[in-house]
Design a protein around this ligand. Structure first.
Ligand code: PHE
Length: 337
């Protein structure tokens, strides 16, 4: 009898563990425990035929098996009722893709610009966005009260600090920290009080600086031209126009032949065939001297250009402010790589 009960328990266990739904549990419960057809109920009814000496022991075993089955059934019914499937989870549905971000168009262009200059032998330099008047102006040969300061529309902070208006202070930080020959670019955020379709109070510049023995304006032109041809098209032309920045002499602004119409004249270049790209020049002897270098033995060139402008041209964006509103409907149009 005990053997029979043991094999009954094993069969019950295996049926319970393979029961997939509530209907299966109902069938199992009926098969073992129902008053009429249940195997266990039938066995209990045959108890009176068992040898009276063994009857109490067999009765105990039967009752404990019955309790065991009831507990296991209750547990199984419980876990089925609270399972995600019972609560409506459809396991046959395909999984949901987590939303994947993409690099911001400015960062895509930033990487490209940095790669081009790194391949040309420049290294990366950095400076703080909160600057002192000294690094942003004085050391760059902007005398106090010089009218050129007014052109910079500076955000002044407390304690003599300001938000840098250009990346040129990195020139000074580099010149003070390193010995020529040196060749760096510094790409980052700059700030000016200005806002319209082509101006944002925060925008990005790349600064370039090369200082060594015998650097000439021809090196500057070659560097800018090589960069322009790599970032845009390889027939791009560059032109330099004389201009004034206190920290370079001679100073220039430079334009690229329009990358959209190849210089023919279109709406983007206002029919001129040229796009303004930035400022440049030969490092002013006074700047070299102020940061501890001898202008008799070394010379250098510097340039600064607008990163946002490059991104807008590459991606066909006509309002700079779109770049900084962080509207996902806009940003998703530039999935990049
Ligand atoms: N810092 C200048 C500006 O933002 C650009 C510049 C950089 C000019 C380097 C000359 C040399 O207007």
């Amino acid at each position: 009898m005990q053997d029979r009960l043991q094999s009954l328990r094993e069969r019950f266990d295996s049926e319970i563990s393979s029961a997939a739904d509530a209907a299966a549990l109902v069938r199992i419960r009926a098969g073992y425990l129902s008053r009429k057809g249940g195997v266990l109920s039938q066995l209990l009814r045959t108890l009176k035929e068992v040898d009276p000496a063994q009857r109490p022991a067999v009765g105990d075993s039967l009752n404990s098996l019955k309790r065991y089955m009831e507990e296991r059934l209750a547990l199984a019914e419980d876990s089925l009722a609270t399972s995600p499937v019972a609560q409506g989870l459809d396991v046959s549905l395909p999984g949901r893709m987590p939303p994947l971000g993409t690099a911001h168009p400015i960062n895509q262009v930033r990487r490209e610009i940095e790669e081009i200059f790194l391949e040309m032998g420049f290294s990366l330099a950095h400076g703080p966005e909160v600057e002192t008047d000294y690094f942003n102006f004085v050391a760059l040969n902007f005398p106090i009260d010089h009218p050129a300061r007014d052109t910079q529309d500076t955000f002044y902070l407390e304690g003599g600090l300001l938000l840098r208006t250009h990346t040129s202070p990195v020139q000074i930080r580099t010149l003070k920290a390193r010995k020529p020959p040196l060749k760096i670019i510094a790409l980052g955020k700059v700030y000016r009080r200005d806002s319209d379709v082509s101006h944002s109070p925060m925008f990005h510049q790349v600064e370039g600086l090369a200082v060594a023995e015998g650097i000439t304006f021809a090196d500057l032109k070659g560097t800018v031209l090589t960069f322009a041809r790599r970032i845009f098209r390889d027939d791009t032309q560059v032109r330099f126009r004389p201009s004034y920045f206190p920290f370079v002499e001679p100073g220039a602004e430079f334009d690229l032949s329009c990358v959209l119409c190849a210089g023919q004249g279109c709406a983007t270049c206002k029919r001129s065939g040229w796009l303004e790209m930035g400022g440049a020049g030969m490092v002013h002897p006074e700047v070299l001297r102020l940061s501890g270098h001898d202008p008799q033995s070394v010379s250098g060139f510097a340039f600064g250009l607008g990163v946002d402008r490059i991104a807008m041209l590459k991606f066909g964006i006509d309002d700079i402010r779109l770049l900084f509103e962080n509207d996902l409907r806009f940003l998703h149009q530039f999935p990049g790589s």
